[in-house]
Design a protein around this ligand. Structure first.
Ligand code: NAD
Length: 471
């Protein structure tokens, strides 16, 4: 049983002023595995004050000093990678096949930020002006539960690279991961106040960060609804915001694609991170004259997907993170049936042979219209929709007919053809014929999938303000 009753302020682990506690539950077993004591407004104010005090000196550090510090953080987090992986499985239900890389991935953020800073010109000449990119100030970083360690490290790495000090509000459901990451970061021995970490509720700690005048910028990853709340709360102080929000990403399978590989790939794209991924490709678009073929191939792929114990290396889909999330997915399965979509496989209830844990049956709907709720709203579980299109123009229109715009995948027999269709899609990332990743390319959403970008130079600039010095 873990009892996490400390937060991190001004370089030290301290007992929170707040007294509220929250249970930590292993979603694979439903057992209570610990408790976390939550910080309150007072704790948040202390953390903001510490970051504010540390900022002026840190903002004056050189590129070389910041790069050295980022390397120290990388080494410190990498040394605890196995513990981060284990916490992800225990607390989040992340299958080991995925959890095996989350610690190293989190650590790598610091190297990527160091490389980005190294390659970035903080001053440049524009006509008679010398333009200096200055750190924006103290940043508030708010993370979700679906990749807590990764988001803490990436946001922190970028903010520190830019010369910002920070207060981090991690997901309150990820306190074990947060604890391991905080211990690792502390062991790097940075000057006090550069980063402060306050466990707590979103509507308490997150809300205070979002409105406090000493917070210049919020970088938030989470739901679109909370993203809007944060932007409203920050309006009075005109906070800079980076909002990485939800998605309802299309996988567009063109008529010339090899369906035998395209459909399984589309299913994999939809089931990433047990379906709890902002980038999950949850709308599979197929030509209407090949619907039966597409359904048969997708159904076989869904039914091959192994659901179960996250510690089993064969497992592809673990439990949902919480009972609330399990119930949300169940309710969307009921909505799909009620809306008249055809349930091809899966459905309500626990998978066969499983009697405890927040497991859902991987579910596939066909005959889905793009105006149904299951096609429009983010479900955040392994529930996929097959939607038909008449021709390519129709496919592009359906793909773009969404409030979201985080990612799109185009599958075709020719990269050129896929690129031509991809050029017409309104999404922050378009993947051509595969599940590709480029860690230094900007990541973020069009439309209600967010504001701003993370990673690489675009991510760094989100923590910088240009100052024109004209002589
Ligand atoms: P959430 O919005 O419920 O919570 C995210 C964080 O915001 C948590 O730390 C929470 O405590 C905090 N929060 C809640 N209310 C707040 C408030 N009023 N003010 C400030 N902070 C508040 O999201 P979640 O359920 O933790 O994560 C799932 C969501 O995150 C999905 O919608 C998913 O698409 C999105 N997501 C987006 C990306 C991306 O990069 N675009 C990546 C991962 C997850």
């Amino acid at each position: 049983m873990r009892n996490i009753d400390i937060i991190y302020i001004n370089g030290a682990f301290v007992t929170p002023h707040g007294h509220e506690t929250a249970e930590l539950i292993n979603p694979a077993t439903e057992a209570v595995i610990g408790h976390v004591r939550l910080g309150d407004r007072e704790d948040t104010l202390r953390a903001i004050a510490a970051a504010k005090q540390a900022w002026p000196a840190y903002a004056r550090t050189s590129k070389a000093e910041r790069i050295a510090l980022l390397h120290r953080l990388h080494d410190a987090v990498l040394a605890r990678a196995d513990d981060i992986n284990a916490a992800t499985t225990e607390e989040y239900g992340g299958p080991v096949s995925r959890a095996a890389w989350v610690g190293a991935y989190a650590a790598k953020s610091f190297l990527l930020a160091a490389q980005t800073l190294q390659d970035y010109s903080l001053t440049r000449q524009i006509g008679s002006a010398q333009v200096v990119m200055e750190p924006v100030g103290v940043a508030g970083l708010i993370t979700p539960w679906n990749s807590n360690a990764g988001f803490i490290c990436n946001k922190l790495a970028t903010a520190l690279a830019a010369g910002c000090t920070v207060v981090i509000k991690p997901s309150e459901m990820s306190a074990i991961q947060t604890q391991v990451v905080t211990e690792a970061l502390h062991s790097a021995g940075l000057p006090p106040g550069l980063f402060n970490i306050v466990n707590g509720r979103g509507d308490v700690v997150g809300a205070e960060l979002s409105r406090h005048p000493d917070i210049a910028k919020i970088s938030f990853t989470g739901s679109t609804a909370v993203g809007k709340t944060i932007q409203r709360a920050g309006a009075d102080t005109l906070k800079r915001v980076t909002l990485e929000l939800g998605g309802k990403s299309p996988t567009v399978i063109l008529d010339d694609a090899d369906f035998a590989t395209a459909l399984p790939l589309a299913v994999t794209a939809g089931f990433q991170n047990s379906g709890q991924a902002c980038i999950a490709g949850t709308r599979i678009l197929v030509p209407e004259h090949r619907l039966d073929e597409a359904i048969a191939l997708a159904r076989a792929a869904v039914e091959r997907t192994q659901v179960g114990e996250p510690k089993d290396p064969q497992t592809q889909i673990g439990p949902m993170v919480s009972r609330k999330q399990w119930e949300r997915v169940q309710s969307y399965i009921r909505v799909g049936v009620a809306e008249g979509a055809q349930l091809i496989t899966g459905g309500e209830g626990l998978p066969a042979g499983i009697h405890a844990g927040f497991y859902v049956r991987p579910t596939l709907f066909a005959h889905v219209r793009n105006d149904m709720r299951i096609a429009r709203e983010e479900i955040f579980g392994p529930v996929l929709c097959i939607i038909t299109y008449r021709n390519e123009e129709d496919a592009i229109a359906i793909a773009n007919d969404t409030d979201y715009g985080l990612q799109a995948i185009v599958l075709s027999g020719s990269d050129e053809h896929a690129r031509a269709v991809g050029a017409q899609l309104r999404a922050g990332r378009v993947l051509i014929n595969g599940l590709h990743h480029e860690p230094l390319a900007p990541f973020g959403g069009f439309k209600q999938s967010g504001i701003g970008r993370e990673f690489g130079a675009f991510g760094l600039e989100a923590y910088l303000e240009p100052k024109s010095v004209i002589a």
